[in-house]
Ligand binder design. Structure first.
Ligand SMILES: [Zn+2]
Ligand SMILES: [Zn+2]
Length: 376
Protein backbone atom coordinates (compact mmCIF):
# COMPACT_ATOMS: atom_id res chain seq x y z
CA UNK A 1 0.00 0.00 0.00
CA UNK A 2 1.35 3.46 -0.85
CA UNK A 3 0.53 4.65 2.67
CA UNK A 4 3.15 2.40 4.26
CA UNK A 5 5.70 2.53 1.45
CA UNK A 6 6.58 6.11 2.16
CA UNK A 7 8.31 5.17 5.39
CA UNK A 8 9.53 1.72 4.41
CA UNK A 9 11.20 2.82 1.15
CA UNK A 10 12.96 5.76 2.69
CA UNK A 11 14.89 3.70 5.22
CA UNK A 12 18.04 5.63 4.31
CA UNK A 13 16.43 8.80 5.55
CA UNK A 14 16.18 9.30 9.28
CA UNK A 15 12.61 10.25 9.85
CA UNK A 16 11.11 10.79 13.26
CA UNK A 17 7.88 8.94 14.15
CA UNK A 18 5.81 12.11 14.12
CA UNK A 19 7.09 13.23 10.71
CA UNK A 20 6.37 9.76 9.42
CA UNK A 21 2.82 9.92 10.76
CA UNK A 22 2.21 13.30 9.13
CA UNK A 23 3.62 12.09 5.84
CA UNK A 24 1.44 9.01 6.02
CA UNK A 25 -1.63 11.11 6.65
CA UNK A 26 -0.81 13.48 3.80
CA UNK A 27 -0.14 10.56 1.52
CA UNK A 28 -3.43 8.92 2.54
CA UNK A 29 -5.26 12.15 1.72
CA UNK A 30 -3.62 12.47 -1.70
CA UNK A 31 -4.13 8.81 -2.59
CA UNK A 32 -7.68 8.58 -1.24
CA UNK A 33 -9.87 6.21 -3.21
CA UNK A 34 -13.46 5.72 -2.13
CA UNK A 35 -13.92 2.22 -0.73
CA UNK A 36 -17.46 0.87 -0.56
CA UNK A 37 -18.66 -0.97 2.56
CA UNK A 38 -20.86 -3.64 1.03
CA UNK A 39 -22.27 -4.81 4.37
CA UNK A 40 -23.78 -1.34 4.91
CA UNK A 41 -25.05 -1.16 1.32
CA UNK A 42 -26.91 -4.48 1.66
CA UNK A 43 -28.27 -3.44 5.06
CA UNK A 44 -29.58 -0.14 3.64
CA UNK A 45 -31.13 -1.95 0.70
CA UNK A 46 -32.85 -4.49 2.98
CA UNK A 47 -34.05 -1.71 5.28
CA UNK A 48 -35.61 0.23 2.40
CA UNK A 49 -37.30 -2.85 0.88
CA UNK A 50 -38.78 -3.71 4.30
CA UNK A 51 -39.85 -0.07 4.72
CA UNK A 52 -41.56 -0.13 1.33
CA UNK A 53 -43.63 -3.08 2.51
CA UNK A 54 -44.19 -1.21 5.79
CA UNK A 55 -45.78 1.69 3.85
CA UNK A 56 -48.10 -0.77 2.10
CA UNK A 57 -48.96 -2.43 5.45
CA UNK A 58 -49.53 0.99 7.04
CA UNK A 59 -51.98 2.10 4.34
CA UNK A 60 -53.90 -1.13 3.81
CA UNK A 61 -53.66 -3.23 6.97
CA UNK A 62 -52.68 -1.23 10.05
CA UNK A 63 -55.09 -0.03 12.67
CA UNK A 64 -55.36 3.75 13.08
CA UNK A 65 -53.99 3.37 16.61
CA UNK A 66 -50.84 1.64 15.28
CA UNK A 67 -50.37 4.40 12.73
CA UNK A 68 -50.81 7.15 15.36
CA UNK A 69 -48.61 5.36 17.89
CA UNK A 70 -45.76 5.05 15.40
CA UNK A 71 -46.14 8.69 14.39
CA UNK A 72 -45.89 9.77 18.03
CA UNK A 73 -42.92 7.43 18.55
CA UNK A 74 -41.27 8.92 15.45
CA UNK A 75 -41.53 12.41 16.95
CA UNK A 76 -40.29 11.33 20.40
CA UNK A 77 -37.27 9.49 18.99
CA UNK A 78 -36.69 12.48 16.69
CA UNK A 79 -36.48 14.65 19.81
CA UNK A 80 -33.84 12.24 21.11
CA UNK A 81 -31.73 13.41 18.16
CA UNK A 82 -32.71 17.10 17.84
CA UNK A 83 -33.21 18.16 21.47
CA UNK A 84 -30.90 15.49 22.88
CA UNK A 85 -27.85 14.49 20.83
CA UNK A 86 -27.77 17.69 18.78
CA UNK A 87 -28.72 20.73 20.87
CA UNK A 88 -28.03 19.41 24.38
CA UNK A 89 -24.96 17.19 24.01
CA UNK A 90 -23.21 18.17 20.75
CA UNK A 91 -23.58 21.94 21.21
CA UNK A 92 -24.28 22.31 24.95
CA UNK A 93 -26.79 25.01 24.04
CA UNK A 94 -28.84 24.48 27.22
CA UNK A 95 -28.73 22.52 30.46
CA UNK A 96 -31.17 19.86 31.55
CA UNK A 97 -32.06 18.06 34.77
CA UNK A 98 -30.89 14.48 35.27
CA UNK A 99 -34.42 13.12 34.64
CA UNK A 100 -34.65 15.06 31.34
CA UNK A 101 -31.23 13.81 30.23
CA UNK A 102 -32.16 10.20 31.00
CA UNK A 103 -35.43 10.60 29.09
CA UNK A 104 -33.68 12.15 26.07
CA UNK A 105 -31.02 9.44 26.16
CA UNK A 106 -33.76 6.74 26.05
CA UNK A 107 -35.56 8.53 23.18
CA UNK A 108 -32.19 8.68 21.44
CA UNK A 109 -31.80 4.89 21.76
CA UNK A 110 -35.05 4.53 19.76
CA UNK A 111 -33.53 6.52 16.88
CA UNK A 112 -30.64 4.06 16.31
CA UNK A 113 -28.21 6.57 14.80
CA UNK A 114 -25.08 5.51 16.70
CA UNK A 115 -24.64 6.20 20.40
CA UNK A 116 -24.67 9.84 21.53
CA UNK A 117 -20.89 9.99 22.02
CA UNK A 118 -20.21 8.90 18.43
CA UNK A 119 -23.06 11.01 17.00
CA UNK A 120 -21.71 14.13 18.74
CA UNK A 121 -18.13 13.44 17.63
CA UNK A 122 -19.24 13.22 13.97
CA UNK A 123 -21.35 16.34 14.40
CA UNK A 124 -18.65 18.42 16.08
CA UNK A 125 -16.22 17.41 13.31
CA UNK A 126 -18.89 18.38 10.75
CA UNK A 127 -19.20 21.87 12.27
CA UNK A 128 -15.48 22.44 12.73
CA UNK A 129 -14.42 21.21 9.26
CA UNK A 130 -17.60 21.82 7.28
CA UNK A 131 -17.24 21.31 3.51
CA UNK A 132 -13.69 19.93 3.70
CA UNK A 133 -12.33 16.38 3.36
CA UNK A 134 -12.61 16.09 7.15
CA UNK A 135 -16.39 16.64 7.07
CA UNK A 136 -17.96 13.14 7.46
CA UNK A 137 -20.84 14.07 5.10
CA UNK A 138 -19.10 16.64 2.93
CA UNK A 139 -21.86 18.20 0.78
CA UNK A 140 -19.34 19.16 -1.94
CA UNK A 141 -19.50 15.49 -2.95
CA UNK A 142 -23.15 15.83 -3.95
CA UNK A 143 -26.62 15.19 -2.54
CA UNK A 144 -26.41 11.38 -2.48
CA UNK A 145 -23.10 11.30 -0.61
CA UNK A 146 -24.17 13.92 1.96
CA UNK A 147 -27.53 12.19 2.46
CA UNK A 148 -26.79 8.47 2.69
CA UNK A 149 -23.67 7.68 0.64
CA UNK A 150 -21.28 8.62 3.46
CA UNK A 151 -22.59 5.64 5.43
CA UNK A 152 -21.89 3.26 2.55
CA UNK A 153 -18.15 3.86 2.23
CA UNK A 154 -15.06 4.11 4.39
CA UNK A 155 -14.50 7.53 5.93
CA UNK A 156 -11.97 9.82 4.31
CA UNK A 157 -8.70 9.57 6.34
CA UNK A 158 -8.97 13.28 7.12
CA UNK A 159 -12.19 12.64 9.10
CA UNK A 160 -10.33 10.45 11.60
CA UNK A 161 -7.17 12.55 11.56
CA UNK A 162 -8.83 15.91 12.19
CA UNK A 163 -11.62 14.32 14.22
CA UNK A 164 -8.97 13.53 16.82
CA UNK A 165 -8.47 17.26 17.40
CA UNK A 166 -12.08 17.78 18.52
CA UNK A 167 -12.56 17.81 22.29
CA UNK A 168 -14.92 15.12 23.60
CA UNK A 169 -13.89 15.22 27.25
CA UNK A 170 -17.27 16.57 28.46
CA UNK A 171 -19.03 13.51 27.02
CA UNK A 172 -16.34 11.11 28.21
CA UNK A 173 -17.06 12.37 31.76
CA UNK A 174 -20.85 12.14 31.40
CA UNK A 175 -22.17 9.05 33.23
CA UNK A 176 -25.45 8.92 31.24
CA UNK A 177 -23.61 9.04 27.90
CA UNK A 178 -21.14 6.38 29.00
CA UNK A 179 -23.96 4.14 30.26
CA UNK A 180 -25.69 4.39 26.88
CA UNK A 181 -22.40 3.68 25.08
CA UNK A 182 -21.74 0.57 27.16
CA UNK A 183 -25.18 -1.02 26.59
CA UNK A 184 -25.97 0.64 23.25
CA UNK A 185 -26.65 -2.47 21.13
CA UNK A 186 -29.07 -3.84 23.70
CA UNK A 187 -30.80 -0.51 24.37
CA UNK A 188 -31.05 0.48 20.69
CA UNK A 189 -32.50 -2.90 19.60
CA UNK A 190 -35.06 -2.80 22.41
CA UNK A 191 -36.19 0.82 21.95
CA UNK A 192 -36.01 0.93 18.13
CA UNK A 193 -37.66 -2.37 17.24
CA UNK A 194 -38.80 -4.59 20.12
CA UNK A 195 -40.79 -2.17 22.31
CA UNK A 196 -42.59 -0.22 19.52
CA UNK A 197 -43.47 -3.48 17.72
CA UNK A 198 -44.68 -5.15 20.90
CA UNK A 199 -46.93 -2.36 22.26
CA UNK A 200 -49.46 -2.35 19.34
CA UNK A 201 -49.69 -6.18 19.44
CA UNK A 202 -50.37 -6.32 23.17
CA UNK A 203 -52.43 -3.16 23.68
CA UNK A 204 -54.80 -3.19 20.69
CA UNK A 205 -54.20 -6.60 19.15
CA UNK A 206 -52.33 -5.48 16.03
CA UNK A 207 -51.00 -8.13 13.66
CA UNK A 208 -47.36 -8.83 14.59
CA UNK A 209 -46.03 -8.66 10.99
CA UNK A 210 -47.83 -5.37 10.32
CA UNK A 211 -46.46 -3.94 13.55
CA UNK A 212 -42.86 -4.98 12.81
CA UNK A 213 -42.87 -3.63 9.24
CA UNK A 214 -44.47 -0.30 10.23
CA UNK A 215 -41.85 -0.04 12.93
CA UNK A 216 -39.14 -0.46 10.27
CA UNK A 217 -40.74 2.24 8.11
CA UNK A 218 -40.88 4.63 11.07
CA UNK A 219 -37.17 4.10 11.70
CA UNK A 220 -36.27 4.67 8.02
CA UNK A 221 -38.36 7.87 7.87
CA UNK A 222 -36.51 9.25 10.89
CA UNK A 223 -33.16 8.41 9.26
CA UNK A 224 -34.13 10.34 6.13
CA UNK A 225 -35.43 13.32 8.14
CA UNK A 226 -32.07 13.51 9.92
CA UNK A 227 -30.05 13.00 6.74
CA UNK A 228 -31.92 15.83 5.00
CA UNK A 229 -30.19 18.24 7.39
CA UNK A 230 -26.82 17.04 6.05
CA UNK A 231 -27.88 17.04 2.40
CA UNK A 232 -30.79 19.38 1.47
CA UNK A 233 -29.99 21.92 4.22
CA UNK A 234 -26.46 22.24 2.79
CA UNK A 235 -27.57 22.55 -0.84
CA UNK A 236 -31.07 23.92 -1.48
CA UNK A 237 -32.02 27.23 0.07
CA UNK A 238 -30.91 30.76 0.90
CA UNK A 239 -28.07 32.17 2.98
CA UNK A 240 -29.15 35.36 4.75
CA UNK A 241 -26.67 35.14 7.66
CA UNK A 242 -23.47 34.09 5.87
CA UNK A 243 -23.32 33.67 2.12
CA UNK A 244 -19.74 32.40 2.18
CA UNK A 245 -20.69 28.99 3.63
CA UNK A 246 -22.73 26.12 2.16
CA UNK A 247 -25.46 25.58 4.80
CA UNK A 248 -28.81 27.15 3.90
CA UNK A 249 -32.23 27.95 5.35
CA UNK A 250 -34.22 25.05 3.89
CA UNK A 251 -38.00 25.39 4.11
CA UNK A 252 -39.19 21.79 3.98
CA UNK A 253 -36.42 20.53 6.29
CA UNK A 254 -37.64 23.03 8.93
CA UNK A 255 -40.81 20.95 9.26
CA UNK A 256 -39.52 17.43 8.51
CA UNK A 257 -36.53 17.69 10.88
CA UNK A 258 -38.54 19.22 13.75
CA UNK A 259 -36.95 22.68 13.42
CA UNK A 260 -33.43 21.83 12.26
CA UNK A 261 -33.73 23.34 8.77
CA UNK A 262 -32.53 26.85 9.71
CA UNK A 263 -29.08 25.61 8.89
CA UNK A 264 -27.36 28.78 7.66
CA UNK A 265 -28.16 30.40 11.02
CA UNK A 266 -27.19 27.24 12.91
CA UNK A 267 -23.73 27.01 11.34
CA UNK A 268 -23.13 30.71 12.12
CA UNK A 269 -24.42 30.48 15.73
CA UNK A 270 -24.23 26.77 16.70
CA UNK A 271 -24.56 27.50 20.42
CA UNK A 272 -28.09 28.99 20.06
CA UNK A 273 -30.52 26.55 21.74
CA UNK A 274 -33.22 27.26 19.14
CA UNK A 275 -30.95 26.49 16.13
CA UNK A 276 -32.82 29.40 14.49
CA UNK A 277 -33.06 33.13 14.99
CA UNK A 278 -36.77 33.15 15.86
CA UNK A 279 -38.49 31.19 18.59
CA UNK A 280 -41.25 28.64 17.91
CA UNK A 281 -43.82 31.42 18.31
CA UNK A 282 -42.46 33.10 15.17
CA UNK A 283 -41.29 30.08 13.26
CA UNK A 284 -41.92 26.38 12.75
CA UNK A 285 -39.60 24.86 15.30
CA UNK A 286 -41.10 21.95 17.18
CA UNK A 287 -37.90 21.12 19.10
CA UNK A 288 -37.65 24.66 20.46
CA UNK A 289 -41.28 24.48 21.56
CA UNK A 290 -40.57 21.29 23.53
CA UNK A 291 -37.40 22.74 25.11
CA UNK A 292 -39.34 25.87 26.13
CA UNK A 293 -42.11 23.71 27.58
CA UNK A 294 -39.57 21.72 29.61
CA UNK A 295 -38.02 25.01 30.74
CA UNK A 296 -41.44 26.19 32.00
CA UNK A 297 -41.51 23.01 34.16
CA UNK A 298 -38.00 23.76 35.47
CA UNK A 299 -36.51 20.70 33.75
CA UNK A 300 -34.37 22.82 31.39
CA UNK A 301 -32.25 25.83 32.32
CA UNK A 302 -29.61 28.19 30.92
CA UNK A 303 -30.90 28.30 27.33
CA UNK A 304 -28.33 30.18 25.24
CA UNK A 305 -29.76 32.69 22.76
CA UNK A 306 -27.97 35.07 20.43
CA UNK A 307 -29.15 38.68 20.83
CA UNK A 308 -30.55 40.53 17.82
CA UNK A 309 -27.66 43.06 17.73
CA UNK A 310 -25.10 40.30 17.27
CA UNK A 311 -27.21 38.75 14.51
CA UNK A 312 -27.60 42.13 12.77
CA UNK A 313 -23.84 42.79 12.91
CA UNK A 314 -23.08 39.35 11.50
CA UNK A 315 -25.56 39.82 8.65
CA UNK A 316 -23.93 43.19 7.82
CA UNK A 317 -20.49 41.58 7.85
CA UNK A 318 -20.99 38.30 6.01
CA UNK A 319 -24.64 37.87 5.03
CA UNK A 320 -27.10 39.05 2.44
CA UNK A 321 -28.71 42.18 3.94
CA UNK A 322 -31.55 42.55 1.42
CA UNK A 323 -32.46 38.87 1.76
CA UNK A 324 -32.39 39.17 5.55
CA UNK A 325 -34.77 42.17 5.42
CA UNK A 326 -37.10 40.12 3.17
CA UNK A 327 -37.04 37.32 5.75
CA UNK A 328 -37.95 39.72 8.53
CA UNK A 329 -40.86 41.15 6.51
CA UNK A 330 -42.10 37.66 5.64
CA UNK A 331 -42.14 36.76 9.32
CA UNK A 332 -44.15 39.84 10.18
CA UNK A 333 -46.62 39.27 7.33
CA UNK A 334 -47.34 35.56 7.77
CA UNK A 335 -49.82 35.70 10.67
CA UNK A 336 -50.27 31.92 10.68
CA UNK A 337 -46.68 31.43 11.80
CA UNK A 338 -47.59 33.20 15.05
CA UNK A 339 -50.26 30.62 15.88
CA UNK A 340 -50.12 26.94 16.84
CA UNK A 341 -51.63 26.21 13.36
CA UNK A 342 -48.43 24.87 11.67
CA UNK A 343 -47.77 22.54 14.60
CA UNK A 344 -51.37 21.28 14.59
CA UNK A 345 -51.23 20.67 10.83
CA UNK A 346 -47.93 18.85 11.28
CA UNK A 347 -49.50 16.50 13.83
CA UNK A 348 -52.88 15.91 12.25
CA UNK A 349 -52.05 15.91 8.53
CA UNK A 350 -50.71 12.31 8.24
CA UNK A 351 -53.63 10.74 10.13
CA UNK A 352 -56.16 12.87 8.23
CA UNK A 353 -54.47 11.98 4.90
CA UNK A 354 -54.65 8.26 5.73
CA UNK A 355 -58.33 8.57 6.65
CA UNK A 356 -59.21 10.39 3.40
CA UNK A 357 -57.15 7.95 1.34
CA UNK A 358 -58.86 4.93 2.87
CA UNK A 359 -62.34 6.47 2.42
CA UNK A 360 -61.61 7.13 -1.24
CA UNK A 361 -60.31 3.59 -1.78
CA UNK A 362 -63.37 2.13 -0.04
CA UNK A 363 -65.66 4.19 -2.26
CA UNK A 364 -63.85 3.04 -5.43
CA UNK A 365 -63.90 -0.54 -4.21
CA UNK A 366 -67.65 -0.33 -3.65
CA UNK A 367 -68.22 1.27 -7.07
CA UNK A 368 -66.22 -1.43 -8.87
CA UNK A 369 -67.12 -4.56 -6.93
CA UNK A 370 -70.19 -3.57 -4.85
CA UNK A 371 -68.42 -4.88 -1.77
CA UNK A 372 -67.99 -2.84 1.37
CA UNK A 373 -64.34 -2.81 2.36
CA UNK A 374 -63.84 -2.38 6.10
CA UNK A 375 -60.57 -1.02 7.35
CA UNK A 376 -59.05 -2.35 10.55
ZN1 LIG B 1 -24.50 21.16 8.75
ZN1 LIG C 1 -25.18 21.38 14.84
Amino acid sequence: MPTNNLCQDSSDVIMSKSKCAISNANNQTKSYRMELVWRNIWLMLALHIASGYGIYAGIFHARYLTFMFNYLYLILTGLGITAGAHRLWAHRSYEASRATRILLMLFNCGALQNDIYEWCRDHRVHHKFSETDADPHDSRRGFFFAHIGWLMCRKHPEVSRKGGTVSMQDLADDAIIQFQRRYYKLLATFFTFILPSYIPCVCWNENAYVSIFICTTRYTLLLHATWLVNSAAHLWGKRPYDNHINPVECKFVEILALGEGYHNYHHVFPYDYSASEMTWLNDINFTTMVIDFLASLGMVTNRKKVDSNTVEKRVQRSGDVSLYRQYQQQHQRSWWRHTPLPMMIMFLAPVFALYIYRRLLSYLYYLCFHIENRWP
